[in-house]
Write a new protein. Structure first.
Length: 166
């Protein structure tokens, strides 16, 4: 990670480029670009195409870091509390880890499956894992409209394709 001075941080923040400066740093965390003061205090987050600014204030030095690192993004940033920003960072972690677990269980099923297992058995195993993960992460999620109408071969192709993209 590049070591820079605080006065040059704004360019790095605007371009979402990780850096370390004097008690100021930025890096990608769980799908968000996070700018931190003193390694723990999130001052800016770029998440889902939007900048967010910490609305809480702690010290004069942190306020100066916010001015130095965020003057180009602050006019369009949405203000949030420290707690809200941390929740945004942790939400990305939750989604990421559940998808990783889903993928691991799908691969485990492939490794431990019986050679004589039917396509219907493979679909049933993968479907249970994928659908449960989707429901856990997206409460309003519904299975595809044509799911009950397509063949097990097509279901297996879709489920296998999902494994490839995760």
């Amino acid at each position: 990670m590049k070591k820079i001075s605080n006065k040059n941080a704004s360019t790095y923040v605007e371009n979402k480029t990780p850096f370390k400066a004097n008690n100021l740093s930025a890096d990608f965390e769980n799908g968000s670009f996070v700018v931190r003061s003193y390694k723990h205090y999130p001052i800016f987050i770029f998440n889902n195409g939007q900048w967010f600014e910490n609305n809480d204030r702690y010290s004069v030095s942190t306020a100066k870091q916010m001015t130095q690192s965020g003057y180009s993004i602050r006019p369009n940033a949405i203000k949030k509390s420290t707690e809200e920003l941390r929740a945004m960072i942790n939400e990305g972690k939750k989604e990421d880890s559940s998808l990783k677990f889903m993928n691991a269980f799908l691969k485990l099923g492939d490794i431990t499956s019986d050679k004589n297992e039917t396509i219907a058995d493979k679909v049933n195993y993968k479907q249970k894992i994928v659908f449960a993960t989707m429901r856990a992460n997206i409460p309003q999620w519904e299975m595809p409209n044509d799911w009950d109408k397509i063949s097990n071969e097509d279901k297996l192709k879709r489920l296998t394709k999902l494994e490839e993209v995760i």
